[in-house]
Structure formats: C-alpha cells, structure tokens
Ligand binder design. Structure first.
Ligand code: ZN
Length: 135
C-alpha cells in the first residue's frame, strides 16, 4: 500500500517549505526553525568563557574590534549575539559604557568617530545618517 499523501495545505509550514513551497507562512516557519538551530550552534561555538573574556577585554581597552579579534570573533558576530542574548548584551553594554573611547564627546557622532561604541555613541551615529532615500 503506498504511503498516504497529505494535501500540502494540511502540512506544517516547515514541511511545506521542505517540499519546495515558498509562501510567506512556509518561509516564516522555516526561518523560526532554523533560527533556533543557528542560536544553539552559536552557543556551542562561542562559550561563556569566551564571552566573559571579550567583556573583560572591552572593559580594559574600550576597543570592541580589537577585543573581538583577540577572542577569535568578528564585530558582526558580537553584535549578532547581542541581538538575542540579553544577559551578554547587558554585560557588554556596561563594559562599552565604562570604557567608551568617545571621551568628552561620548554620545555624539564625534565620540563614535573617536572609537566610542557605547549605546549613546552608536545611537548618535545611527541618527546622523540623515533621511533615508526612497526605495
Ligand atoms: Zn560613548
């Protein structure tokens, strides 16, 4: 007896995605599924000891790029981790604020250009971009 074939609309979004369907619900299901998988992988790749070393290095130098490189990470990977790891994000934000290289210009674009990467310097830089071009 051949296996029963379910109508595609009755399958779970991830199953529909695996069957080649790319509608919004199938893509969202696939994205949610792989996001969890990628984060579990990231937690294995970058352990708590490495994150603690990174926070210490940032607190000592205020240079996020240098600290990340010394820990075998990229700045993009660090910011990516901050986006979903609230505990790490809080610790790193405190270290960045304590050791901000912006000095007296902290919280301004000039502070950012001086190497300041605390939340206030990053926000000032982001707001300085000006109006977005229409797409
Ligand atoms: Zn700053």
């Amino acid at each position: 007896m051949p296996p029963k074939k379910w109508p595609i609309e009755q399958l779970a979004p991830t199953s529909r995605y695996r069957a080649g369907h790319r509608d919004a619900v199938s893509r969202a299901g696939h994205a949610a599924d792989t996001t969890g998988w990628r984060r579990r992988l990231a937690q294995i790749e970058v352990d708590d000891i490495t994150l603690a070393l990174l926070v210490s290095a940032v607190r000592a130098s205020g240079d996020l790029r240098d600290a990340a490189e010394r820990c075998g990470l990229t700045v993009q990977k660090v910011y990516g981790r901050m986006a979903w790891d609230a505990r790490f994000s809080e610790q790193l934000e405190l270290a960045l604020a304590e050791a901000c290289s912006g000095g007296e210009h902290c919280g301004t674009v000039r502070g950012y250009r001086s190497g300041g990467r605390c939340a206030a310097c990053r926000t000032a830089k982001r707001l300085d971009r000006g109006p977005r071009r229409p797409t």
